[in-house]
Design a protein around this ligand. Structure first.
Ligand code: ZN
Length: 48
């Protein structure tokens, strides 16, 4: 089953497949790598 997981930015509503090149990522030392919205720079994302 190829289920594509989408992620959405909670700040601006940007959506793209989770882990896609469309997303940026930032390093947060305690948490590791976090997904960052390329549109607004928020790391408040949720997998749909
Ligand atoms: Zn955003």
């Amino acid at each position: 089953m190829a289920t594509e997981t989408m992620s959405r930015c909670l700040a601006c509503g940007f959506e793209a497949p989770a882990g896609a090149d469309a997303w940026s990522s930032v390093q947060h030392p305690p948490l590791g790598e976090m997904t960052q919205c390329p549109e607004c720079g928020s790391t408040e994302t949720r997998q749909l």
